[in-house]
Design a protein around this ligand. Structure first.
Ligand SMILES: [Zn+2]
Length: 121
């Protein structure tokens, strides 16, 4: 899937007044600003680092959710056809994308986080 957000890597740094901000590239004068705190609503260092890691986290979750041989297996039954089964929660559906994962399933959590990052939830 193509990405529409500002390309990574993103970097967290403090400005001259000590306020945290996140750039897509801290070493370019024309680098887009991704997020910054203000005097009224300061951004914590921890939040700045979390935001800066977002493109890397999204890429890792997409790799996990897309690693079909790691997250799903086929369950064939002559009478009912072939189902895709989640290797973690064992829920199944005809297509992996249609599986309703358990609330505690890490594969389902990864898919939900990707949907949130892509603005689909
Ligand atoms: Zn699952």
């Amino acid at each position: 899937m193509s990405t529409k957000h500002t390309p990574g890597p993103w970097m967290a740094e403090q400005d001259q007044k000590g306020r945290w901000r996140v750039y897509c590239d801290a070493y370019s004068d024309e680098a887009p600003l991704v997020a910054k705190g203000s005097q009224v609503w300061p951004m914590s260092e921890e939040d700045a680092h979390l935001i800066a890691a977002a493109p890397d986290l999204l890429e890792a979750l997409r790799a996990l959710a897309g690693a079909r041989d790691v997250t799903y297996y086929d369950d064939s039954d002559r009478s009912s056809g072939t189902y895709q089964v989640c290797i973690v929660c064992h829920e199944m559906a005809e297509k992996a994308s249609e599986i309703a994962h358990d609330a505690s399933c890490i594969v389902g959590k990864a898919r939900a986080a990707i949907a949130k990052a892509e603005g689909r939830s």
